[in-house]
Design a protein around this ligand. Structure first.
Ligand SMILES: Cc1cc2nc3c(=O)[nH]c(=O)nc-3n(C[C@H](O)[C@H](O)[C@H](O)COP(=O)(O)O)c2cc1C
Length: 313
């Protein structure tokens, strides 16, 4: 039988497939489509210290290839997460990664401190793509020093693995990857959504109430793949690829460029059973290609000698 397990630092995943934050419920709402023990791991929607109402509607806009969202990290806050979601996860045979966000570094730290005693939470993913810090306009997601600082401060208060989730909206994502590695991250998730917008030219109405929002889905795959590759070749910690994955071939491409695991987001909206279908189809796909262990594939990209900083003309 093909060995599908992968390592993410100290964690062993039964297979490389995880759900992407914000696209697969908070706890196990999707278990009717994908049973908990099927996946390598379940990633929660972003949990913040205080409840957040999110942004005004419309906050989802479908495009030709994927969609734009400006949900605005709507959630009930960490106390409600501990009270209502965590008990549901008790005894479930699944690796749970809780995604944490915040408006200031202390928010990340306090939220993780609150979650630390919950045995149901196996690891954290830090959403470093939040737009504001302390009400200002200083994005963690684009400033290596701030990303390193937040990662380090969280690492100081937890014994659990920490994965820093990076934004693709930077010119040198490799520098961001190195920064969070220096901050002690156990791994990197690459990437969150790309900034985008839509407009109806007849009415002048923007597609989203916030005008700009996060673009995700099949259209972003080449950008996400490049970002994941850039991260993987910049650091020694594992990288989880994310962005535009909707088929098994997509997922395996992310492994070849150096990712140890992948997350599927937008594609689950069209087919909520997709993640289970991908896991089921994986052994036959690998056997067909003569691959005995998934490890063989990870980082097997060829002829990267010519890979410079910027390859496009
Ligand atoms: C509706 C929606 C909500 C999202 N919410 C979150 C979130 O709460 N936290 C987060 O880190 N990423 C969030 N994301 C980003 C996804 O986790 C993922 O990084 C991104 O969509 C790219 O992957 P995809 O193309 O497979 O969707 C959200 C994406 C979508 C489409």
């Amino acid at each position: 039988m093909t060995d599908l397990s992968v390592r993410l630092g100290t964690l062993t995943l039964r297979n490389p497939f995880l759900s992407a934050s914000g696209t697969f419920g908070h706890g196990l709402e999707m278990e009717h489509f994908v049973s908990p023990e099927t996946l390598g791991g379940w990633v929660s929607k972003t949990v913040t210290l205080e409840p957040r109402p999110g942004n005004p509607a419309p906050r989802i806009h479908e495009t030709e290839a994927g969609f734009l969202n400006s949900i605005g990290l709507e959630n009930h806050g960490v106390e409600a997460y501990l009270e209502k979601i965590v008990p549901v996860l008790k005894g479930v045979d699944a690796l749970i990664i809780t995604n944490v966000g915040g408006a200031a570094p202390e928010d990340f730290v306090t939220t993780v401190e609150r979650l630390e005693d919950a045995d149901e939470v196996d690891a954290y993913e830090l959403n470093l793509s939040c737009p504001n810090v302390q009400g200002g306009k200083l994005p963690y997601g684009t400033d290596p020093g701030m990303a390193e600082d937040v990662t380090r401060r969280v690492k100081d208060v937890t014994k659990k693995p920490v994965f820093s989730k990076l934004s693709p909206n930077v010119s040198r994502i490799g520098d961001m990857a190195k920064a969070v590695e220096a901050g002690g991250a156990d791994g990197i998730t690459a990437v969150n959504t790309l900034l985008g917008m839509a407009v109806d030219w007849r009415t002048g109405e923007p597609g989203l109430a916030t005008v700009q929002g996060g673009y995700s889905g099949v259209g972003i795959k080449p950008v996400a793949l490049r970002c994941a590759w850039e991260c993987a070749r910049s650091v020694d910690i594992p990288v989880i690829g994310c962005g535009g994955i909707s088929t098994l071939d997509d997922a395996l491409e992310f492994l070849v460029v150096g990712c140890s695991a992948v997350q599927v987001g937008t594609a689950s909206f069209a087919n909520p059973s997709l993640l289970a279908e991908l896991v089921e189809a994986l052994p036959a796909k690998l056997a067909e290609a003569g691959v005995e262990s998934i490890q063989e594939l990870i980082g097997s990209l060829r002829s990267s000698d010519g890979a410079g900083e910027v390859a496009a003309s």
